[in-house]
Design a protein around this ligand. Structure first.
Ligand code: GLY
Length: 253
């Protein structure tokens, strides 16, 4: 069974961090409704949605993916690259410690979970504005004992590695080729050029969650035989986030 850890949208989401995007008004009520629909989607696909304690004072707190990297044996509590986001990790750690032993990234390292793309026992880890080389090295050292490999990846033009590329099946990645070069060993499916943010997809057992706004990329994937679960994310997209950012998936035996 998969536990999906999520956290309510903060009423202060309009004050979120932005790096590559211009600030636009964010409708909190709509963001909360979209987030609730996202949670219902995960539940409909068999996930047990468990809420992390609310953090209304933390504008980006809904983006729980950045606070941890969850593996089969252990969870790594990150040290987010944005100072304003560091307070998010304590409550995420309290939620995760029920399911996994915890290990922690320490200063001066920084790493956001959104920069870590797990494929089997390999963690492709993006060097970014949020994730530094110390963060990549600490992650490598923390998970090597469990047999995981970390491969550092350069990308450009977007906040997190998983804005540029996500995995949609064992052999296939969905990517924006303007933001990342092909990763060896995978087939790369490109998003529609008109939808640069569409590469952020959340793979479930039986379908792929994709922002409903990305209709052209959805058509590309459906033509390839993928089952797509569209969820409206207009307000979360304005916060420079996507569908993977809003949950931490924990396999529970
Ligand atoms: N607003 C998402 C982030 O910058 O981390």
């Amino acid at each position: 069974m998969i536990v999906a850890l999520t956290r309510d949208v903060s009423p202060r989401i309009a004050e979120c961090e932005l790096t590559f995007l211009e600030r636009q008004p964010i409708d909190y009520a709509r963001a909360a409704a979209q987030h609730a629909a996202y949670e219902r989607c995960l539940a409909a696909h068999g996930c047990r949605v468990v809420h992390i304690e609310p953090a209304p004072e933390l504008p980006d707190g809904v983006f729980v993916e950045d606070a941890a990297v969850v593996l089969d044996e252990v969870a790594i509590i990150t040290r987010p690259g944005a100072e304003s986001r560091r307070a998010e990790t304590a409550s995420v750690a309290r939620a995760l410690e029920r399911y996994r032993p915890l290990r922690r990234i320490a200063a001066p390292a920084t790493i956001d979970g959104g920069d870590v793309l797990r494929a089997g026992r390999t963690l492709y880890t993006g060097r970014s504005a949020r994730t530094n080389d110390d963060g990549i090295e600490q992650l490598r050292a923390l998970i090597a004992p469990d047999g995981y490999e970390v491969i550092a990846v350069d990308f450009r033009g977007c906040l997190h590695l998983k804005s540029a590329v996500t995995q949609i099946d064992v052999h296939t990645l969905l990517c924006n080729p303007k933001w990342i070069d092909p990763l060896p060993g995978f087939e790369m499916i490109a998003v529609d050029p008109a939808e640069p943010f569409a590469a952020n997809a959340l793979r479930l057992d039986d379908s792929i969650v994709l922002a409903a706004e990305h209709v052209r990329t959805r058509a590309i994937l459906e033509r390839r035989g993928y089952a797509i679960e569209p969820v409206a994310t207009s307000e979360l997209l304005k916060a420079e986030a996507g569908v993977t950012c809003c949950s931490l998936m924990v396999e529970v035996l």
